[in-house]
Each structure stands twice: as C-alpha cells, then as structure tokens.
Design a protein around this ligand. Structure first.
Ligand code: T3D
Length: 260
C-alpha cells in the first residue's frame, strides 16, 4: 500500500502492518491517512473476512511522532488534527463489520495504544507493553484511550494508569483484561495466524452484526439493548450463513460459511 503502511492479503485475512520500525512505528499525519485508507479497503472488499493489525520491528506503535508534532505547521489546532486523524482511524476500526485482531508485538503508547484498544481482540507477545504516554508529555488522553480504558478496567484503574503513565507489562495487560492472550514472542505469529484463519472461515455477517450490537450496547440501557438485539437478529436470520449453520446442524455436518 505504501512504504509505512504495508497491506497483505491471504486466504480471507488482510494484514495491515505499521512499518516505521526505526521510530517504533510512531505515526505521522501521512501514515495515519494511509492507515485509514487501508481500513477502508478492508471494509470495501468482501473477500476480506478478518483483519490483523500489527507493527514491524520491536514496537506496535509509539503513538504520534513527536518530532512531527513539534514541526507541524498550518491552520489546524491539535483538536482538529485529532478529529481528522486518530478519531477517524479509531471509529473506522470500531465500525468495520469484520473481526479485527490486534497482534501486539511490542510497546503500544499514546495514540498507538488507542489504536490497539480499538481492535476487537488482542493477542500480545510476552515482550509487549502498554504505555499511556500522554501524561509524560503533559497531555490528557486522546484517540479513545480514556473511553476504552474506563470500559475495560473501570474508572479508578483507568485513572491510575493515565495519571501515572506507567508502563504496563504483558502479564499485567492480561490480568487487567486489556489483552485476550499473551504468548511467547516466537508463538505470536502462528497463534494469530490460526485465530485469523478460524475467524475468516466464520459467518462474517453474523460476526459483523455481533460487533454492531456490542458497539451499541456499550452506551445503551438494557431495555434499549434488548430492542436493538431484536432488530439486528431480524437481519442476521436473512443471511446465507445463518441458513447454512442451521442446515449443517440438522444434517450433523460441519458448516461451510461463505461470509454472506
Ligand atoms: O496532534 C495530535 O494528534 C496529538 C496527538 C497525540 C497522541 C499521542 O500519541 S501523544 C503520545 C506520543 N507518544 C509518546 O509520548 C511516546 C514517546 N515514546 C516513549 O515514551 C518511548 O519511546 C517508548 C515507551 C514508546 C519506548 O521506549 P524505549 O526505551 O523502548 O525506546 P526509545 O529508546 O525511547 O525509542 C527508540 C527510538 O524511537 C528513539 O529514537 P533514537 O534515539 O533511536 O533515534 C526514540 O526517539 C524514537 N521514538 C519513540 N517514540 C517516538 C519516537 N520518535 C518520535 N515520536 C515518538 N512518539
């Protein structure tokens, strides 16, 4: 796709790699735009049934490139920069109705942490860590980090992590529920590959609708969620994969989902 955002496609799985390893995949305005374009490509291509997001080298991403941050000139405020860049990336990941696996190969900091937490599930290497780096440079959280952390670990822990900015090692990310699994570095690629393959062979529309319901439920009442689930289920029963799933169950065979 570009020098700093790599895009590969294999067997239903698109892999997007942040590729600026000498800067720990720190994100520039250009890279953020290219990342958004890669996510949009995944959304528009029916052949893509699972997405893996990772970083090249020893980091997932160190967040905003701080050298660029100092030198960016133009009419935009930082708030406008966020609205145009990271906010759109985070929302695009949440809106993408396909499973997105965060393959957390190393440190994820600042906006890089927001992007990692916007994936649907995260498999981390033992060498990975999360650094809510904002406070280290006197900033408040952005890129959704306040929202995701509060959802995942509750307000008191979220405050502790954000106000201290301390590094959270892989073991602790697992115990806090920030990642789904931690594996030795050498096991990261095969573990993610096996899971991505499994998800890519699943009922993609049903998985997408599951994500839609979870997104909505995150900020809705139980009453509203029950109603929304009922509406979404009306859509799910119309999918070919639902019909295949029921037929396969009754015929006592393995379903063959086509993602339709
Ligand atoms: O306008 C807007 O949109 C504002 C948005 C802001 C969102 C944000 O993301 S704010 C947060 C920005 N990120 C940070 O503050 C993190 C800065 N980096 C670090 O704290 C550390 O590098 C890490 C904890 C991530 C990793 O530490 P370590 O010891 O493993 O690596 P290192 O030695 O610090 O970094 C290695 C190299 O990468 C180093 O360059 P060098 O010395 O080898 O030439 C370092 O300068 C560079 N690097 C790391 N992070 C960044 C970076 N270069 C530019 N920007 C970075 N964010």
């Amino acid at each position: 796709m570009s020098e700093h955002i790599l895009y590969e496609f294999n067997d239903g799985v698109a892999t997007i790699t942040l590729n600026r390893p000498d800067r720990l995949n720190a994100l520039t305005v250009e890279m953020t735009g290219e990342l958004l374009a890669a996510i949009e490509q995944c959304a528009g291509d029916d052949a893509v049934r699972c997405v893996v997001l990772t970083g090249a080298g020893r980091a997932f991403s160190a967040g905003q490139d701080l050298e660029e941050f100092l030198t960016v000139e133009g009419p935009w405020t930082v708030g406008e920069h966020l609205r145009h860049g990271y906010n759109r990336v985070v929302l695009a990941l949440r809106a993408l109705e396909k499973p997105v696996i965060g393959k957390i190969n190393g440190v994820a900091a600042g906006a890089g942490l927001g992007i990692a937490l916007a994936t649907d599930l995260r498999i981390a290497s033992e060498q990975a860590s999360f650094v809510p780096a904002f406070i280290g440079i006197g900033l408040a959280p952005d890129s959704g980090v306040s929202w995701f952390l509060q959802q995942l670990v509750g307000p008191a822990k979220a405050f502790e992590l954000l106000a201290t900015g301390r590094k959270v090692g892989a073991k602790e990310t697992l115990s806090l529920g920030l990642v789904n699994q931690v594996v030795p570095a050498t096991e990261l690629a095969p573990t993610v590959e096996a899971l991505a393959r499994q998800l890519a062979q699943g009922p993609t529309k049903g998985i997408g609708l599951t994500k839609r319901v979870l997104n909505e439920a995150a900020s809705a009442s139980l009453t509203d969620t029950l109603e929304y689930e009922a509406q979404v289920q009306d859509l799910a029963v119309q999918t070919a994969d639902h019909k295949e799933g029921v037929a396969a169950f009754l015929q006592k065979r393995k379903p063959k989902f086509e993602g339709k």
